[in-house]
Structures are given as structure tokens and as C-alpha cells.
Design a protein around this ligand. Structure first.
Ligand code: FE2
Length: 236
């Protein structure tokens, strides 16, 4: 069973929904009749949240195309009438590509886990997963305001070509798999590039302010200063 946690950005409350088998995170901020989500997954609490807020206006940003980050997208679209899905053009193009979104090989992510977890993984995606493209696609950067929060979407290729980070008020950084605390960045999956990571993603991470708070694609929220940057260097 997964858990969910709450956090605060300015006056707005956000929630974290980890999908426990692989601890991939869905985040969602709620204000009035609006929801701002970053990745959506099929954790029980994530799905419950989607249903509970079905009548709200959703902006859902996706950090990249991998299944563990988009697994809740079809449910979101099926459940909520007013959803705007935002992703980089390159990630969006891979939403329906089962090898590039990793759903064709999803159980391979669990080979090191116990048999029960492996069985769960096989039951979740028996035939792969496809999602329709994003409603709004961009390249480079995209900036907008959401209920007084300054939002910036920043392209950070490396983990995949289309990977992005989401910055809120410059100090709350949702990194997807561009930065996962405690683990080197993975650049060997389809679309990944160690060269891109070193050329684009790493300089971006190094440019973040000291007081930045990292909301990673997997694992717990942590201050940037507590993250061992040497371990964010990609595996060759
Ligand atoms: Fe990923």
C-alpha cells in the first residue's frame, strides 16, 4: 500500500503520492477549483486523488515518458473532463511508444525485487501501455503563472531526450528522473544520453540556488544541499 504526504509552496498545499513498488512520485497542488499535477501514477492514493478531484480543472505536467511516470495519465483523462496535459514535444511523441515509454519491458525494472513484487509488476502492465500525445507540447523552456506561483518548465535532456524539470518559484524543483537522490542518473535507457546529461542536465542542476528543495521522480523530497552531487553523475 502506498502513502501520501503533504507539503506547502507559498500558501498552496501539495501532495506526494509514491507508487510503492518503484517509489515513483506523483505530485499535485490544489487551489480553489484547480489542480496542478506533476506526473500521475497508479498508486492507490494517486488514483483516489484523481477521482476525488474529477470536477476540477487540471494542468498535468509530465517530466518524461517513462511508464512509471505516466501510468496514471489514461485514468486522469478518462476520469476528469477538464485536463490539459503538458510535456516536451520529444516526451509526448513517446507516450504511445511501448519500448520508449518502457512499458514493454516494465517487469525488467523489478528483476532485483522479491517474487511478490515481480508478480505485481507483471499484473500491472500485462500488454504494455500507450497514452495519447500531450495537449500542449513545447521545446526548450516554458514559463507561466499558476495561482501566483511562478512556474518554469526547463528542458534537461540526459535521462531521456525529452526530460524536463519543473521549477516553482525558482526554489521548488521537480526533477523527474533527471535527479534522483542517492542514485546516479540513468542514461542507458532508450533515448538516454550520458553526453546530453553532462552537457545539459548537470549544468542546470549545478545552477540551482543553494536553498532549492528537490522533489525527485523517485524517493523523498530533500534539500539540494543534502544531495550528494557526485552520485548524480551518470553511469557510463
Ligand atoms: Fe525514467
Amino acid at each position: 500500500m502506498s502513502a501520501n504526504y503533504s507539503f506547502q509552496i507559498a500558501e498552496i498545499t501539495g501532495y506526494q503520492f509514491p507508487f510503492e513498488p518503484i517509489k515513483s512520485n506523483m505530485f499535485a497542488l490544489v487551489c480553489d477549483d484547480d489542480v496542478f499535477a506533476i506526473d500521475t501514477n497508479i498508486s492507490p492514493e494517486g488514483l483516489e486523488f484523481i477521482h476525488k478531484h474529477a470536477d476540477k480543472n487540471w494542468i498535468a505536467i509530465f517530466t518524461h515518458e517513462h511508464f512509471d511516470h505516466i501510468s496514471g495519465l489514461n485514468t486522469l483523462r478518462d476520469t476528469c473532463a477538464r485536463v490539459t496535459v503538458v510535456a516536451s514535444a520529444q516526451s509526448s511523441a513517446n507516450f504511445a511508444h511501448m519500448r520508449r515509454n518502457m512499458s514493454a519491458h516494465y517487469d525488467a525494472l523489478f528483476v532485483m525485487k522479491d517474487e511478490e513484487t515481480q508478480a505485481l509488476a507483471r499484473s500491472i502492465v500485462p500488454n504494455g501501455y500507450q497514452a495519447a500525445p500531450a495537449d500542449f507540447r513545447f521545446s526548450g523552456t516554458l514559463e507561466f503563472d499558476w495561482h501566483g506561483l511562478g512556474v518554469k518548465l526547463q528542458s534537461t535532456p540526459g535521462h531521456t531526450k525529452g526530460s524536463i524539470c519543473v521549477l516553482i518559484n525558482e526554489t521548488h524543483i521537480f526533477t523527474g528522473d533527471t535527479l534522483v537522490n542517492g542514485f546516479p542518473a540513468v542514461t542507458k535507457l532508450p533515448g538516454g544520453s550520458r553526453k546530453d546529461y553532462q552537457e545539459f542536465a548537470l549544468p542546470f542542476l549545478n545552477s540551482l540556488p543553494e536553498d532549492a528543495l528537490i522533489y525527485p521522480g523517485h524517493g523523498e523530497i530533500a534539500p539540494l544541499r543534502e544531495i550528494d552531487f557526485a552520485r548524480t553523475e551518470p553511469i557510463s
